[in-house]
Write a protein that binds this ligand. Structure first.
Ligand code: TAP
Length: 502
C-alpha cells in the first residue's frame, strides 16, 4: 500500500507528515536518510520518516536561538493565547489525531479518543492560561532597598520523549516550556513520531512563530545523545528509561545543562483487608492494563493482604481474561498491541524470568494466536512471585504484566512498597483513614493515589524520586522547572554606599 492508501484505510483526512520540522518548515534530513515507522497491529510499514542527524540538530538549535529573543519577550498573555488556540485546533482535529496515534502506537482508538487527545488539549489549555499567571516575588529586605525576582525562561530547551504516550508527552513537555518563553528542539521516539509531527503542523496553523518549536525525529543514540550534549541547548528534559536518563546526565555535563528526568517505575498498588474489594479490583486492572501496561506509573506490583488475596484474585484473573484484545482501530478493542515487536519480546522474556524464580503464571504469559499473531500483542499476564526481591517484582517490565505479592501486616506492606530503587506512582486501597494517610506519608514515591490509581491532571505535580528521576511536570512546579530566577536589587532612596568613605 502506498501512503495515501494507508491514510484512507486508517480513516485519516489529511496527509501523514514524515519530515523534520525545522524553522517552521517540513524538510528532509540533510543526509536524506529515513526510518521506517511500523503499524504495531501487523508490523506493516506506515511510512518512512526523515531521520535527523547532528547537522539537522545544529540547524534546529540555530533556528530556536534566533526565535528566542522575540518569543521570550512576547507578552506572556500572547504566548498563552497561541497555546489556547493550539488547544482549540487539537479539539477541532481530535478524530484525526486519535486515529494517527492509534495507528502509530497501538493505543485502542477508544483510549486515544477519550484520554490521549482530550488530555493533550487540556494540558496545552492549562499552560496557555498559566502563561500570564506565573510571576516573581518581592522580598522584604533592608530599608531603602527593593529586591524582586524575575522568572526568566531558560533559553533553548531540548526534549527527548519515549513512545508510550507520544501525543500527550508533546503537551506535558512543550506547553509549560512555551508558556514560560523557551524555544524547543524535541526528539520524539524513533518508532512513534507521527502525532508529534501533526502537532507541529497545528502549531504553525495556530501562529506559533517559526523556530520556536523544532521537531527532529531520529535515533536516540545519535539525535537524542547530541541534544543532551549540544552547547547551544540550556536545558534537557527527558522521559524514558533510567539507563538512558543516566546517559543524558553524563552527556549534559559539558555545558552544565539544567536536567529534568522522568524515568521508570515499579508502582506498588496495595490492597488492604478493609478495602472496597470491587473498587480495588477494577482500579487495579486499570492501574496495570491501561495502555497495555506501557506506563511509568503503572501499578505493576499488586500487593494484596493475605486474608483477601484469594477472593481478590478469584475476580481479578477472570477480569483480565475478559479484556478484549484486538486491532486498535476497532471501536470495541480494549487492549491493543504493544508498540514494537522488540518490546513485545522483551515483555515476554519476563515470563521465563518469573518461572525461573518459582513464579506462578496465573493467566496470560504469551502472545495470542490467530488474527493477532502478526502483531505485537501480549495477553494480559498475572504472575504470582515468591518474594518481593524477585526480578519480576523489582524490574520495570512495561507491559500488561502484573506481579502479585502478599503481606500479613502494615509493616510488611510498607517494606514491600518501599522495597525497590524506584519511587514514582503508588496506590493503596483501604477504608481506614489513619492507615491511608500514614502510608501516604511514608511511601517513597512522587505520587500516591488513595482508593484510586493513575489519576493525572495538568495542575497536579507529576514526577518521581530515587531511580525514577527528579524534577516535576505539570502545575506551577513545571513552570519553575522551565524558568530560572533572577534577583534584582534597587537602591530606592539613592543612598551612597557607606564603604570606603574618604
Ligand atoms: P529509552 O531508551 O529510554 O528511550 C526514550 C527516548 O530516549 C527515545 O526517544 C530514545 O530514542 C531516546 N534515547 C535513547 N538513547 C538515548 C541517548 N543515548 N541519549 C539521548 N536519548 C536517547 O527507552 P526504550 O529503549 O525505548 O525502552 C526501554 C525501557 O525503558 C522500557 O521497556 C521501559 O521499561 C522503559 N521506558 C520507560 C518510559 C517511561 S514513561 N518512564 C518510557 C519508555 C520506556 P529512540 O526512540 O531512538 O530509542
Amino acid at each position: 500500500m502506498d501512503l495515501s492508501d494507508i491514510q484512507k484505510t486508517a480513516g485519516l483526512r489529511t496527509p501523514i507528515r514524515n519530515q523534520l520540522f525545522i524553522d517552521g518548515k517540513f524538510v528532509d534530513a540533510l543526509s536524506g536518510e529515513t526510518l521506517a515507522t511500523l503499524n504495531p497491529h501487523d508490523n506493516s510499514v506506515i511510512t518512512h520518516v526523515a531521520m535527523a542527524g547532528k547537522a539537522d540538530i545544529d540547524l534546529a538549535v540555530a533556528a530556536a536561538q534566533r526565535a528566542f529573543p522575540k518569543w521570550s519577550r512576547l507578552p506572556a498573555a500572547e504566548r498563552g493565547r497561541l497555546l489556547l488556540k493550539l488547544a482549540d485546533l487539537i479539539e477541532a482535529n481530535a478524530e484525526e489525531l486519535a486515529r494517527l496515534e492509534s495507528l502509530d502506537t497501538g493505543h485502542p482508538l477508544k483510549d486515544s479518543r477519550f484520554l490521549d487527545v482530550p488530555r493533550t488539549a487540556g494540558c496545552y489549555r492549562y499552560f496557555g492560561g498559566m502563561a500570564d499567571k506565573f510571576q516573581g516575588e518581592t522580598i522584604p529586605v533592608e530599608a531603602g532597598f527593593l529586591n524582586y525576582t524575575l522568572r526568566e525562561p531558560v533559553g533553548v530547551v531540548g526534549q527527548v520523549v519515549p513512545w508510550n504516550f507520544p501525543l500527550m508527552f508533546t503537551s506535558w513537555k512543550m506547553a509549560p516550556a512555551l508558556a514560560a518563553g523557551n524555544c524547543i528542539v524535541m526528539k520524539p521516539a524513533e518508532i512513534t513520531p507521527l502525532s508529534s509531527l501533526k502537532i507541529a503542523e497545528l502549531m504553525a496553523e495556530a501562529g506559533i512563530p517559526p523556530g520556536v518549536v523544532n521537531l527532529v525525529p531520529g535515533l536516540g543514540s545519535v539525535a537524542g545523545q547530541y541534544i543532551a550534549e549540544h552547547p547551544g541547548i540550556a536545558k534537557v528534559a527527558f522521559t524514558g528509561s533510567t539507563a538512558t536518563g543516566k546517559r543524558i546526565v553524563q552527556a549534559s555535563a559539558g555545558n552544565l545543562k539544567k536536567v529534568q528526568l522522568e524515568l521508570g517505575g515499579k508502582g506498588p498498588n496495595i490492597v488492604f483487608e478493609d478495602a472496597n474489594l470491587q473498587a480495588a479490583i477494577n482500579g487495579s486492572a486499570w492501574a496495570i492494563f491501561h495502555n497495555q501496561g506501557q506506563a511509568c506509573i503503572a501499578g505493576s506490583r499488586l500487593v494484596l493482604h493475605e486474608k483477601i488475596a484469594d477472593a481478590f484474585l478469584d475476580k481479578f484473573v477472570p477480569l483480565a481474561q475478559s479484556i478484549r484484545l484486538g486491532n486498535p482501530m476497532d471501536d470495541a478493542t480494549e487492549m491493543g498491541p504493544l508498540t514494537s515487536l522488540q518490546h513485545r519480546d522483551r515483555v515476554l522474556s519476563y515470563v521465563e524470568v518469573a518461572r525461573q524464580q518459582g513464579g506462578e503464571i496465573l493467566t496470560g504469559g504469551k502472545a495470542p494466536g490467530g488474527a493477532l499473531s502478526g502483531g505485537c500483542y501480549v495477553e494480559p499476564t498475572i504472575v504470582r512471585a515468591k518474594s518481593f526481591k524477585d526480578r519480576v517484582a523489582q524490574e520495570e517490565v512495561f507491559g500488561p504484566f502484573v506481579t502479585v505479592l502478599t503481606f500479613k501486616d502494615d509493616a510488611e506492606a510498607m517494606q514491600i512498597a518501599n522495597g525497590t530503587d524506584y519511587g514514582l506512582g503508588s496506590g493503596l486501597w483501604t477504608s481506614n483513614v489513619h492507615r491511608a494517610h500514614s502510608f501516604a506519608r511514608d511511601i517513597y514515591a512522587g505520587m500516591v493515589w488513595i482508593n484510586c490509581y493513575k489519576r493525572v491532571n495538568p495542575g497536579s505535580p507529576f514526577g518521581g524520586v530515587g531511580q525514577s528521576g527528579y524534577g516535576r511536570e505539570m502545575g506551577f512546579d513545571a513552570m519553575r522547572e522551565y524558568t530560572q530566577v533572577k534577583s534584582v536589587w534597587v537602591n530606592i532612596d539613592a543612598q551612597i554606599p557607606p564603604h570606603y568613605k574618604r
